[in-house]
Design a protein around this ligand. Structure first.
Ligand code: ADP
Ligand code: MG
Length: 709
């Protein structure tokens, strides 16, 4: 694997990966009966002081202890100068320098039955080798008793049982609120700061820090395994910097979503600076970020790019599900309604025009000058009562409407409590989702605060809301739990792979491999003499294609001759081709006609194999119009990939031009995915191009590179 690529993938290059054998989230972490703050202090500007304050303010129901060698009392609690004097304690929250952590953990494990730890302190693997060693020792000790460790280098854990974080804001806790897992403590705070003022409530917050033992994936696994419909929170938010265990993430994210959950995530660190030197199209197109995209798509996770978007998507998740594309925009101001209309229609949702007797009847209930065509504008003077009529009509009379966005701010002349009260009442009774867009966060901040206090969520900006709604609506369902593999000659595939050395495999091996995988390819033959070349032409007929065997990029060296129609040309070209540097044979092909298509696959560290497809030629070179997924791929998923291509219209056939048989193309994608799954030694492969028409999709050029450990 090229070094540049390896480095590009790792967001924290000096971080030492620690083997994680045990990932235990035990009840002592979830529901401790007793907690000790080691390093607890009176100074609430320090983590040890603030976490204690948060625990006290949060009315932790169990026993709360403090250990601080310098004092006898901290924040009104007895402080144990020596940890050895502490009573037995379930959970320890450590806010002491890294170098003291190992001994503290050992003592607590051995003498105080402590089985859960949250280490807030920094100075571990994120800092240097020495820190990494300390971290490893701590993990080893905690693992030896199947204990839980959150952190180090994190802001803590918050759930219905205790406020084990040293930061603010402490969000409103609600069992149906968001379960939020973050790989970065500071970012966790900022994401909460984005969500809290909007009214987003939380069920749990997990800041996993260095993920020494428990990472984002492990928490998600826990949430999946303990999920109880109707009881557990149905919304999960993730902020991830490193995906250590993509398979685990895929498994549990898709499982949760299948159970009815909704998940949104930010995976930062996607733009790989500079392009890697790559020998194939697949190599150049398949960055690790493409793999993340593919993983999220396969899981059904809504991928977000920033905090505001994540908070907005989470807020949308908290509303009833939008079942169709058609939105009614209800407003008392023109501008935001127009901007929202643009956002929704650019994002693939619709704002259908409304007319007919029921619409006319609604218009009569509004002030003169109102408009009901959609957006429904009931003017700056519009009243709560009128808003009620509009919402009732959208809910009951306008069958085509699937959801409502209500924009209602205030120029600051009079209060709008009555409007927001009505909105709250209607949201209780309506089945269709109603999204409140309340832009006047200054003018009517008291009204918004009251609305939010009722458990409602505000979307302050209509465009951020609109973009988020489109994204949520267009996120596909997770992959099925198991994917049927196509029938293949598995033994045949293994035979070729086991006998091959690392590097590009020969044309004959490629043919054998494609045949065994059931991937249709051109009729071709490698020949060493002019006579054998002629023999091929007699058997298959003219025209033929002749290519050099040896050079990797054949066209670049003038090594591809198309449309050869007679024996004289075959002889002449054979002689010429054999002169080309590195050429050791000539490959004869039948000539095929059709649209150029590309299918490729590349092994991505930890993710398995990515499979990409697109149209060949300029479509990948210039437009980078490719779609990707992770192997294995179902037939349905393959169709999804094809249909998401911008050039899908060309595959279907435009203006009388023959299209490509989509089903056969999907089958080829499925088979490439199945091949690399069966032969993980394939590091990268390119079918570039396949030529496709309405009857067949045939690979005419294939490159396969094997890399064995
Ligand atoms: P390389 O990728 O090494 O330059 P290819 O084998 O892909 O060489 O050939 C170059 C181009 O020639 C292809 O993109 C395709 O357009 C055309 N071509 C190759 N083989 C055939 C064939 N058997 N029938 C028709 N066109 C072909
Ligand atoms: Mg090619």
């Amino acid at each position: 694997m090229p070094l540049a690529y390896k480095e590009g993938f790792r967001a924290k290059p000096n971080r030492k990966t620690i083997k994680k054998h045990i990932q235990m989230i035990n009840t002592k972490l979830l529901k401790p009966q007793s907690i000790v703050i080691v390093g607890g202090s009176d100074d609430v500007q320090k983590p040890g002081g603030k976490v204690l304050k948060n625990l006290i303010d949060g009315n932790f129901k169990g026993n709360l202890y403090v250990s601080n060698p310098k004092v006898d009392e901290v924040q009104g609690l007895k402080s144990y100068r020596n940890i050895a004097e502490l009573p037995q304690t379930d959970l320890a929250i450590l806010a002491i320098p890294a170098k003291f952590c190992v001994d503290t953990v050992k003592l607590l494990v051995d003498e105080k039955s402590t089985r859960a730890f949250i280490i807030l302190s920094a100075g571990f693997s994120e800092e240097n080798e020495e820190g990494a060693e300390i971290e490893a020792k701590i993990v080893e000790k905690i693992n030896s008793v199947e204990g839980s460790l959150i952190g180090p280098n994190c802001v803590g854990v918050l759930n219905e049982n205790y406020n084990g974080i040293f930061t603010t804001p402490i969000p409103r806790l609600d069992p149906q609120g968001v379960d939020f897992i973050s790989g970065s403590g500071a970012t966790a705070v900022f994401i909460m700061e984005s969500g809290v003022p909007k009214g987003l409530s939380f069920s749990s917050v997990w800041s996993v820090g260095n993920s020494a033992q428990i990472g984002v994936e492990a928490v998600l696994k826990h949430l999946d395994e303990t999920y109880e419909p109707g009881v557990s929170s149905p919304v999960k938010l993730l902020y991830i910097e490193n995906i250590d265990q993509p398979e685990m993430l895929l498994k549990h994210a898709s499982s949760l979503i299948r159970k009815g959950c909704k998940i949104a995530a930010i995976k930062s660190g996607g733009s790989e600076a500079g392009s890697r030197a790559a020998s194939s199209h697949t190599g150049a197109l398949a960055s690790s970020d493409v793999a993340v995209d593919a993983l999220f798509r396969k899981s059904g996770i809504v991928r977000c790019n920033g905090r505001e978007e994540l908070a907005s998507v989470a807020s949308i998740f908290m509303h009833p599900e939008l079942k169709g594309k058609n939105i009614a925009i209800i407003t008392h101001a023109g501008g935001p309604a127009v901007m929202l209309t643009d956002s929704l229609s650019n994002g693939g949702l619709e704002i259908p025009h409304l007319d007919g007797p029921k619409v006319d009847a609604l218009l009569e209930k509004l002030f003169p000058g109102s408009a009901v065509g959609n957006p429904i504008d009931f003017l700056a003077t519009g009243t709560a009562e009128q808003l009620g009529h509009i919402i009732d009509a959208c809910e009951n009379d306008f069958d085509e409407i699937d959801g409502m966005a209500v924009i209602f701010g205030s120029p600051g002349l009079f209060p709008v409590f009555d409007v927001y009260d009505l909105l709250n009442e209607k949201m209780k009774s309506c089945k269709k989702p109603i999204y409140p867009i309340l832009p006047s966060v200054v003018n009517v901040k008291d009204e918004i605060a009251e609305f939010v206090a009722k458990g409602r969520i505000n979307f302050p900006d209509e465009v951020i809301f609109g973009d988020a709604l489109c994204k949520v609506f267009h996120t596909s369902e997770p992959q099925p739990e198991s994917i049927d593999m196509p029938k293949m000659d598995t033994a045949g595939i293994r035979k070729v792979i086991d006998n091959a050395d690392s590097g590009y495999i020969s044309p004959d091996e490629i043919t054998e491999l494609l045949d065994a995988a059931g991937i249709s390819h051109s009729n071709d033959r490698v020949v060493n003499t002019e006579e054998d070349a002629i023999k091929f032409c007699t058997e298959f007929g003219y025209p033929v294609v002749m290519k050099v065997v040896g050079p990797v990029h054949k066209s670049d060296v003038g090594g591809v001759v198309l449309n050869v129609k007679d024996e004289t040309t075959v002889r002449k070209e054979f002689k010429r081709l054999m002169q080309i540097k590195d050429t050791y044979a000539v490959q004869m092909f039948e000539m095929y006609f059709g649209q150029e298509i590309f299918i490729g696959s590349k092994r991505e560290d930890k993710f398995g194999h990515m499979v990409l497809c697109g149209l060949g030629g300029i479509f990948i070179e210039v437009l980078k119009d490719v779609q990707s997924s992770l192997a294995p791929i179902s037939k349905e998923e393959a169709h999804g990939m094809i249909q998401r291509l911008r050039s899908y219209g060309i595959i279907k056939g435009v203006r009388g031009q023959e299209g490509v048989n989509e089903d056969i193309l999907a089958e080829q994608i499925v088979r490439v995915a199945a091949l690399v799954k069966t032969a993980p030694e394939i590091f990268e492969m390119d079918l570039n191009p396949l030529l496709g028409n309405s009857k067949e999709v045939v690979a005419v050029d294939a490159r396969i590179r094997i890399e064995k450990d």
